[in-house]
Design a protein around this ligand. Sequence first.
Ligand SMILES: Cc1cc2nc3c(=O)[nH]c(=O)nc-3n(C[C@H](O)[C@H](O)[C@H](O)COP(=O)(O)O)c2cc1C
Length: 195
Amino acid sequence: MKHKKRLVIAMTGATGAIYGVRMLQILRREPDWESHLVISSAGLVNLKYELDMERSALQALADVCHGVNDIAAAIASGSFKTEGIVVAPCSMKTLAAVAHGFGDNLISRAADVALKERRKTVLMPRETPLNLAHIRNMAAVTEMGGIIYPPMPAFYNRNDSVKAMVDEGVGRILDMFGVEVEGLYQPWTGLNSDE
Ligand SMILES: Cc1cc2nc3c(=O)[nH]c(=O)nc-3n(C[C@H](O)[C@H](O)[C@H](O)COP(=O)(O)O)c2cc1C
């Protein structure tokens, strides 16, 4: 049977819960896409602290919700077809788990599955400054074909709000999956200079 395109949205306890929330909000408007949400317990703490948002409100944004300890969930198996996974925000702990194939919960397992099936695996790690373990783990994920997309604003866009900055990151990641949403960010088109 034909199904919608599925995208796993995983949220962890790094700061930046708004990135995962915004990704779900955008995907919700896309009729061809089905979002699969999984959030860690630290992610839930930040969701409440940063956005005053409860688990139920977050879950209402997703098409399918999975428990972080439900290692029997569909997204824990490569036989369940998805377009890949976005971990946004991604803590250094979850980055380390993904980098080392340590699938101790459904987030690291789903990322492990995406990597082994050669599906798009995008991590949005958030930490600063970085120690050598963080940098090595990002290199390891990159070597496995994953994409490290830290939430770094492009200042040439002259964004004047946090929302615009978040939308730029969300828009560029969704672009990678072929979800093209107008108006999330302004792509660079050159300076139109004669020089
Ligand atoms: C308010 C707050 C902000 C945090 N920010 C970060 C962060 O930006 N990056 C990070 O790696 N960990 C951050 N942490 C710590 C993680 O939540 C912690 O390492 C946790 O064990 C991650 O678990 P998880 O990956 O299963 O969500 C933060 C914790 C809190 C309470």
